[in-house]
Write a protein that binds this ligand. Structure first.
Ligand code: PLP
Length: 308
């Protein structure tokens, strides 16, 4: 098996590298395997049709953050495409913990994917395919995320060309991948996708938020136009408990560019300040005070709920 030259991957089997095996362990179809040699069948429907659901869960100090939220969303996404979870919640939690343990993961990400399984290629969903459960882990140095949190990031806006079931966390991410790549090539960290009425839907892999000049925290209301972010949900709970005013409603690109503050949320980064949208500085061009407070609230609540 040959894999691409990418630092994020285990290069044990790359012909261009002679690195020692990394010791990373993947979970595929019921087995724990060396990351570099783990794979799925070429007829797997995840590969052929993106007939497949995923989740990304942050690990901090060896503990999974927002685990129940991610498991609940996994079940919802699977239900939406007529699949059952390959494992009940209990055994699934056990495999997740075992992956954290075997990979000696303290800070990073646990990636989980369920595909409909391998089957002779046919668009029609097979009734009998056995789902493939995949898990990988990846280290993420907290300093890298903290640097983004300190300095803030830029976003650019692009038309949202995705399908109309963005509430399903499917691996069919080509539109997100194209938009994110354009953003990175334009020197930005994230892209905010914009619907046909000129309202921001969300980032390619984050939810989008603004803070109005009146100090109101705004994020788009849930619908099939966006993913129901688990970080978003935890942050809204934390904000409500702290008595912070927030509004779940659409906001336009114009409103965002004129906002006092802006930020993005995801399991990967928590709350990250946005200091520039297209050509406009947000506020004074540095991370805002309310954004910082939102980060503290998110961190406190997610840590208090995290399970070992
Ligand atoms: N929106 C999209 C399109 C995403 O892909 C993600 C995460 O990957 C999010 C929002 C943030 O969701 P969460 O907070 O559950 O990571």
């Amino acid at each position: 098996l040959k894999i691409v030259n990418n630092d994020a991957l285990d290069m044990t089997h790359s012909s261009h590298h002679t690195r020692a095996p990394s010791g990373r362990i993947a979970y595929v179809g019921g087995r724990y395997l060396p990351h570099g040699s783990a794979g799925v069948h070429i007829e797997d429907r995840g590969l052929q049709f993106a007939d497949s659901i995923y989740e990304v869960c942050a690990v901090t100090d060896g503990r999974l953050l927002d685990e129940e939220g991610h498991l609940a969303r996994l079940e919802r996404s699977l239900g939406a495409i007529g699949m059952k979870a390959p494992l009940e919640r209990g055994p699934l939690r056990a495999v997740m913990r075992e992956m954290v343990r075997r990979n000696h993961l303290r800070d990073g990400l646990l990636y989980l994917q369920v595909t409909r399984g391998a089957y002779a290629r046919d668009h029609m969903m097979p009734a009998t395919a056995k789902p493939t459960l995949i898990m990988t882990t990846r280290r993420l140095a907290p300093e890298i995320v903290e640097e983004r949190r300190r300095n803030g990031v830029s976003v650019v806006t692009r038309p949202d060309i995705r399908w109309r079931r963005c509430d399903i966390k499917a691996t069919a991410l080509l539109a997100n991948v194209m938009a994110k790549t354009e953003a990175r090539r334009a020197g930005a960290y994230e892209v905010w996708m914009v619907d046909e009425q000129g309202f921001v839907t969300e980032g390619a892999s984050t939810n989008a938020w603004i803070v109005t000049r009146e100090g109101r925290v705004v994020t788009r209301d849930l619908s099939s136009s966006i993913l129901a972010g688990v970080t978003r949900a935890t942050l809204l709970r934390a904000a409500a408990a702290a008595g912070i005013h927030f509004e779940e409603r659409r906001f336009s690109v114009g409103e965002a560019r004129a906002a006092a503050e802006a930020f993005i949320t995801s399991a990967t980064g928590g709350v990250i300040p946005v200091t520039r949208i297209d050509e406009d500085k947000i506020g004074s061009g540095v991370p805002g005070e309310i954004t910082r407070r939102m980060h503290e609230l998110y961190r406190a609540l997610s840590a208090s709920e995290a399970q070992s």
